[in-house]
Ligand binder design. Structure first.
Ligand code: PLP
Length: 396
């Protein structure tokens, strides 16, 4: 073992710990629901992206079990060799209908969908206009592409337009890329205006709908439906690991886009395909969402209820417009302490600091879900208040 290398890592770990930025990975010991057992403690769960409470649904579990019985547990190879099960094909078709696009291509995760789509579409000599707060997987995809990255101010269409004007004379493909719903702030990209500006300047558009599907639009169809932009956005990327409650990602758009990505996108060509259980579960989840929008309504009702309670206590919920509810604390250590106090009191809500969020804007991110009961939300809000008063964050 190289001692110098070990010491280098330990020094950085010590610094992270000192600054309240080290990661503590907890262990889930029960099925994930609105309340669950973590590290031996039963807690109200305000940390999961399980927006619609799908993870524990009996019918989805049955679909996954049936898929295992029929196809086995693994994909066996990449999609382009033998990993493309009939279930994946069915999930792609259903998802295309749900998203109102010509075609969908399944990836193994939202991360690989973003980091594998962008470099397939833009290259050295091209320009990507990227919201400054875009998700890490978009940033990775941009970097891998070797295109020039031009950041614009967060959700600021005037800033995007200004940057695009500066590069009007340049040739090569131009792409505007944004998160749909921003995962740390819970605000919504002004996608209709961004698409209009992109078109004026001859650029293609890409949106990551990770936190929009199952949440925004009719029956949770996502941000494109929410803004009535069907057919206007060149590339939609998403994840099946949040509202869908499973795991996986996808790219959606024209048939040509999907054929192109099948031939050019590295996670499709070089990483094994989605498992049968995941594909089977996803097929079922699309059916559930198409049948009824009750869960989507319940999610928004719960989010509004919790936000109102937290605001009444004097908490700052930042610029959230969606069920992602950040509680701004500022200092990373204080946010971490608050998260620990909440855990002691039976509430699990994760603190997030730099570099996940900007310096000085550490927060506790509360993720609301359709299956939370009012009692659980009341309890969680009360515990937040109690712990924040104890730590001097709120007066009383
Ligand atoms: C905006 C956004 N895009 C993509 C991802 C990645 O999705 P997945 O967890 O499916 O890899 C996430 C999840 O953290 C996300 O928040």
């Amino acid at each position: 073992m190289n001692q110098r290398f070990q010491e280098m890592m330990q020094t950085e770990l010590d610094r992270l710990e000192k600054d309240g930025l080290s990661v503590r990975i907890r262990t889930l010991e029960s099925e994930q629901g609105p309340a669950c057992t973590i590290d031996g403690k039963y807690v109200v769960n305000l940390a999961a992206n399980n927006y619609l409470g799908i993870i524990g649904r009996k019918d989805v579990k049955e679909a996954a079990k049936k898929a295992i019985d029929e196809y086995g547990v693994g994909a066996g190879a990449v999609k382009t060799i033998i990993g493309n099960t009939q279930l994946i094909v069915e999930a792609e078709k259903k998802l295309a209908k749900f998203k109102d696009v010509e075609a969908v291509l399944m990836y193994q995760a939202g991360l690989t969908a973003n980091s594998g789509t962008i470099p397939a579409l833009v290259h050295e000599g091209d320009i990507i206009f990227s919201d400054e707060l875009n998700h890490a997987s978009i940033i990775d995809g941009c970097r891998l592409s070797k295109a020039r990255i031009v950041p614009f101010k967060h959700c600021d269409v005037a800033s995007l337009e200004e940057k695009m004007k500066e590069h009007d004379s340049e040739t090569g493909t131009k792409m505007v890329v944004t998160d749909g719903v921003f995962s740390m702030d819970g605000d919504i990209a002004p996608l209709a205006d961004m698409v209009a500006v992109a078109k004026q300047h001859g650029a293609i558009t890409m949106v990551d709908d990770a936190h929009g599907e199952g949440v925004l639009g009719d029956h949770g169809r996502g941000i494109v439906n929410y803004f009535h932009l069907e057919g206007e956005v060149d590339v939609e990327v998403g994840t099946l690991s949040k509202a869908f409650g499973v795991v996986g990602g996808y790219a959606a758009g024209s048939r040509t886009l999907v054929e192109f990505l099948k031939n050019k996108s590295r996670p499709i060509l070089f990483s094994s395909s989605m498992t049968p259980a995941d594909a089977g579960a996803i097929v079922k989840v699309v059916d559930i969402l198409m049948e009824s929008d009750d869960l989507v309504h319940k999610l928004w009702e719960n989010a509004a209820y919790f936000k109102a309670k937290m605001k009444a206590f004097g908490f700052d919920t930042w610029r959230s417009e969606t069920p992602i509810t950040p509680i701004i604390i500022g200092d990373s250590k204080l946010a971490k302490n608050l998260s620990a106090k909440l855990f002691e009191r039976g509430v699990f809500a994760q603190s997030l600091g730099f570099p996940t969020v900007p310096q000085g804007l550490a927060r506790i991110r509360c993720m609301l879900c359709a299956s939370h009961t009012k009692e659980q939300l009341d309890f969680a809000a009360d515990m937040f208040h109690e712990a924040a008063v104890e730590l001097g964050i709120l007066k009383s």
